[in-house]
Design a protein around this ligand. Structure first.
Ligand code: C2E
Ligand code: MG
Length: 671
């Protein structure tokens, strides 16, 4: 009975022990699960794993061997611990590793036997491998570490001995541990991979960001440079380089703005002052361009002192300045400022130690809503300025209705003249030139007329100035040359007119530059088979001040074979230098000079001297504007060889038939 009781107590104790052991192992398994689910660092994991194993499982050690590559079974690192957990540089016997890997499931090696589960059976076999190295593992509970069907290593517990009945549990236990280690390793690998991807992405992002930042800095720099260059270009395009004042384009821009403002606010008043230096050319020619430039700078400074902050002072070019007087209280204000401008410029300037005096003429236009553009305003201020110059310079003139009417007339004249050139509305009248001694006609002067469609026949005085201003004169005179050549051909077929010469009047525009001179020469060469029968008349205004330049130009013209005449000589301050230096065949005494002979004995004597000079220098004299017998007699008395005038013959239109003439007047023909 007592024995039974003892046995029962012992059994109960054993049962209690097993319950406790099982409970402990279950807690261990739970800890293991928790551990594997939170692994981030393998080394740390192994240590904690070791701790769990020692605490909850009947084992003191843990050995893990990981393969570098699944097939070469080389260990990456391995851990073993009896007392402490640290890596050891020792690898399991290679054949043992092969054996365990080949079986691919948990096994218990107990000295010379190996036990494992094959399906539901527990298989126990002799352990085939025994050598010095395997002594290390007399008793081993081992399981492969498998990730995605690949054995990546193994885990073992050394010296693990429990009773035979627990073998199944032990194998399951090591398999459970192996499964958790595998999953921990897998989790760690994924974590590491993620970490590495993150690092890579971070590197790429960092590199890109750095690159972008560099690019941004570069772009910002470029944008700044561009803005700077644009500002410079804008400034250069809108300012005058010499005086640094706003230029024409900027002034026009601001004027347009003021005009827009005026259209919206009818009470707003503003004026434009057109300021032009008087005789600036003289300063330039006599004192040189350097002084001229300095003077312009000084003038711009003085003008700047005359205007208020919101006014605009600009230089249009050359010696032309303009002032926009914004927000004008009264017209008198514009006059007051203009007077201030005139006054300040009248004060002498000191430039490079030289005292320079100058003056300005000012045209003023008060801007009204009827203006359509800035250029119209400028045009009117300019017209007023011209009026100021015409009235004797150094004064101011307000633009008025009379000027507007004149401007409009000029605009319409210009338009008509352009049409006239296109439609060839010109005719030539010819005035006889006689040999005064033999009273016979030797040639004609061709005089231009415009057959205006509504205004009738216009004389040169009505349109030549406009033709010069617009540059249309050159085309008109090409037409004259052609028309004269045709007239000569016609006359040559008629006995009375054979072998006459014809003289034409030329504008100085042909001499303004080499190209136009060449074009004129070409036109003559193309039209005249006998250029010696053509005389080109030039007056002193057409000639360059520089005699050398003029000589060059005239020499070029003479190469075409034509003859040259100096027209209108003696009408003003005629220069003697032209007579002895330039290659003129004829000098034409002006009408006023001829008319003066009867009143002024000295002029007659002067004319006689010029005739003698001509004999020496090879030019012959033509007397112009002979209107009376008395004038003819004095012209002959002066020694003039040739003559023309109403007394000899009025300019006439010669039709195809030379006998048919259309007289301009009733002057009788000489001889
Ligand atoms: P000019 O060359 O001095 O021509 C003489 C002008 O005096 C002509 O005036 C002629 O009609 C006029 N005349 C001639 N005899 C007498 C006279 O006895 N008494 C008076 N009071 N006048 C006389 P016109 O035809 O009106 O020409 C005026 C000017 O126009 C010309 O002066 C000439 O400089 C210019 N001209 C004429 N045709 C042309 C041309 O084709 N081209 C250029 N550039 N100018 C031309
Ligand atoms: Mg003439």
């Amino acid at each position: 009975m007592l024995g039974n009781k003892h046995t029962q107590v012992a059994n109960l104790k054993a049962l209690l022990m097993r319950y406790k052991t099982t409970k402990k192992i279950q807690t261990g398994l739970l800890r293991l699960s928790e551990l594997t689910s939170s692994v981030t660092d393998l080394a740390n994991f192994y240590q904690q794993l070791q701790h769990v194993i020692r605490r909850y499982f009947p084992a003191d050690n843990l050995y893990i061997q990981l393969f570098t590559q699944p097939n070469n079974r080389m260990a990456e690192y391995f851990y073993v611990d009896e007392l402490n957990c640290s890596p050891i540089g020792q690898q399991l016997n290679k054949d043992l590793v092969e054996f365990i890997s080949a079986i691919g499931k948990p096994i218990l090696i107990n000295h010379d036997h190996v036990t494992f589960r094959d399906q539901q059976q527990i298989v126990r076999r002799p352990f085939p491998i025994r050598d010095d190295h395997t002594k290390l593992v007399n008793v081993w509970l081992v399981a492969p570490l498998i990730i995605e069907n690949i054995t990546i290593g193994l885990v073992g517990i050394k010296g693990f001995i429990s009773d035979n009945k627990s073998i199944v549990h032990d194998l399951e236990l090591i398999q459970f541990i192996a499964a958790h280690i595998s999953s921990a390793i897998l989790r760690n690998r994924i974590h590491e991979q993620l970490q590495s991807y993150n690092d890579e992405i971070e590197d790429v992002i960092f590199a890109r960001t750095e690159h972008l930042q560099k690019n941004n800095i570069h772009l910002r720099k470029q944008a700044e440079e561009r803005r700077h260059v644009e500002q410079q270009l804008y400034h250069a395009a809108h300012h005058d380089t010499l005086t640094k004042l706003p230029n024409r384009s900027m002034f026009i821009e601001r004027l347009e703005q003021s005009l827009c403002h005026l259209k919206r606010h009818p009470n707003h008043r503003f004026a434009v002052l057109f300021v032009d230096l008087d005789r600036f050319k003289v300063v330039n020619d006599t004192l040189g361009h350097h002084v001229g430039d300095q003077l312009l700078i000084e003038i711009s400074n003085r003008l700047a002192d005359c205007v208020r902050g919101n006014d605009i002072l600009a230089r249009l070019g050359g010696d032309e300045f303009v002032i926009l007087l914004d927000s004008l209280g009264h017209d008198d204000d514009a006059e007051e400022i203009a007077l201030r401008v005139i006054d300040t410029i009248n004060q002498s300037f000191s430039i490079d130690g030289q005292e320079v005096h100058t003056s300005v003429s000012v045209g003023i236009t008060i801007c009204e809503r009827s203006y359509n553009s800035a250029t119209e305003i400028l045009r009117d201020a300019d017209a007023a300025m011209y009026q100021a110059k015409a009235m004797g310079r150094g004064r101011l003139v307000f633009f008025d209705e009379a000027m507007r009417a004149e401007l409009l007339a000029n605009l319409s004249l210009e338009k008509d003249l352009r049409l006239a050139v296109t439609n060839q509305q010109f005719v030539l009248h010819f005035q006889k030139i006689n040999d005064l001694n033999h009273t016979r006609t030797i040639g004609f002067e061709a005089l231009l007329r415009w057959q205006h469609p509504t205004r009738g026949l216009l004389l040169p005085a009505d349109f030549i100035a406009m033709a010069e201003e617009t540059g249309l004169i050159t085309d008109i005179e090409y037409w004259v040359i052609e028309a004269v050549s045709k007239q000569l051909v016609t006359w040559d077929t008629q006995p009375h007119f054979k072998n006459y010469f014809v003289s034409i009047n030329l504008s100085g525009k042909h001499l303004s530059h080499t190209k136009s001179l060449q074009q004129l020469a070409k036109c003559i060469e193309n039209n005249f088979a006998q250029p010696q029968r053509l005389v080109l008349e030039l007056n002193e205004q057409a000639l360059n001040n520089n005699v050398e330049v003029t000589l060059k130009q005239l020499t070029r013209l003479k190469k075409t074979g034509v003859k040259l005449a100096l027209d209108n000589y003696g009408s003003g301050l005629s220069s003697l230098a032209y007579l002895n230096t330039l290659p003129f065949e004829f000098i034409k005494f002006a009408q006023s000079f001829i008319h003066s002979f009867n009143r002024n004995e000295k002029n007659l004597v002067l004319a006689q001297s010029l005739v003698q000079l001509g004999e020496q220098f090879g030019f012959r004299i033509v007397a112009e504007g002979i209107e009376t017998q008395k004038q003819l007699t004095s012209a002959i008395a002066a020694g003039c060889e040739y003559g023309q005038g109403f007394f000899i013959g009025k300019p006439e239109l010669y039709l195809q038939d030379a006998n048919l003439t259309d007289h301009e007047g009733n002057g009788s023909h000489c001889a």
